[in-house]
Design a protein around this ligand. Structure first.
Ligand SMILES: *Cc1c(COP(=O)(O)O)cnc(C)c1O
Length: 546
């Protein structure tokens, strides 16, 4: 036991990506939560995680015969769970009492991570699938996470002084704290201010439509035991009830997930925050999970020439392993000699995975000369039809250029680790400023896989053009906000220019330059974009007293 003045924190998130073997995450948000738990555990910081056990996890998306993504659901394995000995934790959903049980995750993370689910099989429709079901189900899920989570902590006797809501999904925890304060006889204003003293909030999506809202009538119907009247709910979250607005209003401090996102979020929520700053704490990734041991070892060599030699050989091994995995998965034999560019992320419109295919005549020369190979992966949300059409277009491209383009199905942490280790270059071309942070590029950077990216999310903080990676275009994109076509055309042009004149040129002309850049990339990212640095920042800037 250390005597620490650090506040005890309960961290709430809808999804946790701690391992490919525990598939209760969908993407970046969950991986961030998993990495947060891992770093808190590694550093002995007082943080417990609260989440939900999703019976069938998230979609395992495969490509069907027609080249379209198809969703497959399977029961999530329970080997890494141990029952927590608590009773009496329950919530009310649609007027029915739902007793809850909780599990502790016994592998992958050393900080305590507790997952809730209904105790009765009949009630488990609520937690069947991550982000599954209709609005009613979503509210029920969020009641289990938020209300259930606070009640679980109470039942466990956990002494919590900060509640961290990672995204608006956890806002019901704030409503439960408020209900409890009111039940103790506090008046509304002092109850609100006592809740605010304890809560911090991380906002993620700078896309307005990505911020969840609920109809107040439906909220009252599903969550009668939230115990707050409509007027108070409306005062907190507006009507319809916005989870992000509520998160901001219920918290003592809020953060955005990169510096640029901090500026975007401050503008976006000015009308809610009343000038209170949304601070920027840039995301990070858990190096022991995402950085290959061979890279870490190579970097320890103090002799510069030997170090670069070892680094290059480590990289070549990882690239060969990736190419082998690609052959096993889809029968395509890529070349270890040709440049391998990776792009793997959630398939959604603003990320523009297919931007590079829009002018084939600009791309084909790079394929014909036998230089460039592209590997893609990404799932679309089961209900995101535009995202699915995007995946289908990527699959089409892989059929059109079979020896140069590959699409890997069922993107998850396992593929993420393989790709960010084994690719030469990590491509990222979102519509600035819609990428709040983006953490896959950090994983790549730590392995010496060089980022070529639009200056969005974390990249303006990591990019020294031509040294740590490459920027695509410049920082003037925001000026075009609203003129999507013009922005796409300009970024597409910049993408082809950067790819051919800088990335491919450097790859072909100078091995030593390339390895130097790999080394720069690793050094730039190892601490600055690690979740160790991030959790230290959380404790200092977000949870700390004042
Ligand atoms: C790291 C990671 C992400 C997040 O990466 P982005 O760059 O934000 O897209 C998403 N999914 C998986 C499986 C990851 O490992």
């Amino acid at each position: 036991m250390t005597m620490s003045k650090k506040p005890a924190v309960a961290y709430f998130c809808m999804e946790y990506g701690v391992s490919a073997e525990l598939p209760i995450y969908s993407g970046g948000l969950g991986v961030l939560a998993g990495d947060t738990m891992k770093s808190a555990g590694d550093r002995g910081l007082p943080l417990v995680g609260i989440g939900v056990f999703w019976d069938e996890g998230y979609t395992q998306q495969v490509i069907g015969g027609e080249g379209h993504p198809e969703d497959v659901f399977e029961p999530a394995p329970r080997e890494a769970l141990e029952p927590l000995d608590v009773s009496g934790v329950e919530v009310t959903v649609l007027g029915k009492r739902i007793p809850l049980r909780a599990h502790k995750v016994t592998r992958y993370v050393s900080a305590p991570l507790y997952l809730l689910e209904p105790a009765e099989a009949d009630d488990r429709w609520i937690t069947k699938r991550l982000y599954g079901g209709d609005d009613e189900a979503r509210l029920a899920q969020e009641i289990v996470l938020g209300v259930g989570g606070v009640r679980l902590l109470r039942a466990l006797g956990e002494d919590v002084s900060r509640y961290h809501f990672n995204e608006g999904h956890a806002v019901f925890a704030g409503l439960e704290l408020l209900r409890a304060a009111l039940a103790e006889g506090q008046d509304v204003d002092s109850a609100l201010s006592s809740v605010r003293d304890q809560v911090v909030f991380t906002t993620h999506t700078p896309v307005a439509a990505g911020n969840e809202t609920h109809d107040l009538g439906l909220m009252a119907k599903v969550g009668a035991d939230v115990g707050l009247d409509r007027e108070l709910l409306e005062r907190i979250g507006g009507s319809p009830f916005s989870m992000t607005v509520a998160g901001l209003r219920l918290s003592r401090r809020a953060n955005a997930v990169a510096k640029l996102h901090g500026e975007t979020a401050a503008r976006m929520w000015e009308h809610v925050t009343d000038g209170a700053p949304i601070i920027a704490i840039t995301n990070g990734v858990h190096a022991p999970t995402w950085q290959d041991e061979r890279v870490r070892e190579a970097m320890r060599d103090e002799d510069p020439e030997a170090r670069r030699d070892r680094l290059w050989r480590a990289h070549q091994s990882m690239k060969a392993e990736l190419i082998e995995a690609i052959r096993d998965r889809c029968g395509v034999e890529l070349s270890t000699k040709r440049l391998l560019v990776g792009f793997a992320r959630r398939a959604t419109a603003y990320k523009r995975a297919d931007l590079i295919f829009e002018q084939p005549e600009r791309l084909e020369p790079l394929f014909r000369d036998g230089v460039l190979q592209l590997v893609f992966a990404g799932k679309a949300h089961p209900k995101d039809h535009a995202g699915k059409a995007l995946v289908a277009r990527l699959v089409e491209a892989s059929k059109r250029w079979p020896s140069s383009v590959v699409f890997l199905e069922n993107y998850g942490m396992e593929l993420g680790a393989l790709l960010t280790r084994g690719c030469d270059v990590w491509l990222n071309n979102p519509r600035r400023p819609m990428e709040a942070s983006g953490t896959s590029g950090m994983k790549a950077a730590m392995n010496g896989c060089l980022n070529a990216s639009i200056l969005d999310g974390w990249w303006p903080e990591g990019c020294v053009h031509g040294e740590t990676g490459w920027q695509i275009g410049d920082a003037s994109g925001d000026a075009l906000a609203g003129n999507v076509e013009e922005q796409d055309a300009r970024d597409r042009e910049a993408l082809y220019e950067t790819m051919s004149k800088e990335v491919v040129a450097t790859y072909e002309e100078s091995r030593s330059r390339w390895v130097q850049m790999m080394e720069n990339s690793i050094r730039m990212s190892e601490w600055q974009f690690s979740s160790d640095r991030m959790v230290e920042d959380y404790f200092e800037k977000l949870y700390g007293a004042d």
